[in-house]
Design a protein around this ligand. Sequence first.
Ligand SMILES: Nc1ncnc2c1ncn2[C@@H]1O[C@H](COP(=O)(O)OP(=O)(O)OP(=O)(O)O)[C@@H](O)[C@H]1O
Ligand SMILES: [Mg+2]
Length: 238
Amino acid sequence: MINASHLTKIYKTDAIETTALSDVSFHVDKGEFVAIMGPSGSGKSTLMHILGALDIPTSGSYILDGQDVGKLKDDDLADIRNRKIGFVFQAFNLLPRTTAIRNVMLPMIYAGVAAEKREETAKAMLTRVGLGNRLYHTSNQLSGGQQQRVAIARALVMNPAILLADEPTGNIASAQAEEVMAIFRRLNDDGHTIVMITHEPDIAIHSKRIITVKDGKIIADKKNRQNRVKLQEIKEDG
Ligand SMILES: Nc1ncnc2c1ncn2[C@@H]1O[C@H](COP(=O)(O)OP(=O)(O)OP(=O)(O)O)[C@@H](O)[C@H]1O
Ligand SMILES: [Mg+2]
């Protein structure tokens, strides 16, 4: 699914060069649930941007679902992002004053999916994350945890090869964070491949494998044997 080989990323500003990633190599197979951990400034978001085809490495290669992302042009990168990658960000990144269902339909609008099919798929995805009774609430009428669940539904409607999440629980209270992790685990049980960045051990514990980065390098890559902690039910709100 993911084949990252000798990835290096050097940021150049006027004054200094920063090596944010240094010779990072790893594979992620279909169906894995990987947490990427590490201290602030260790290169986690830089890695996520490369894995998400939002940025390209200074050197090294990145193959996603059989495609060499480093060799693609901007238009093709945008297409890969829309079709193969589902993003979940710390700050949700939903459109404000826009309904949950419209936020979830947007990727399908860009991809030219027929109107009826868009609506049906968006409703089904929102129901799957426990928001079947919040379809027409706007983003600002939803709690943080609910907004993140809308973002997860939006990330999944194009049936991406991989779900990428950068600190998905960073802006929400811990009870709601557990709900979001319950959704991730259920999605993973259903076969979705997930790569999640987090600096919180309580969140990483839900993954099946933990990669630790420090100073732009992988310093550990281990199976997570604690991952089968109790899974809570996903209930409809309301
Ligand atoms: N656009 C940029 N230009 C210059 N330097 C950058 C840029 N983005 C990140 N850096 C530097 O690269 C290093 C890695 O940053 P990165 O954002 O990947 O860290 P992180 O592990 O995600 O940290 P955090 O946990 O604080 O989010 C840092 O030293 C940072 O200052
Ligand atoms: Mg970061």
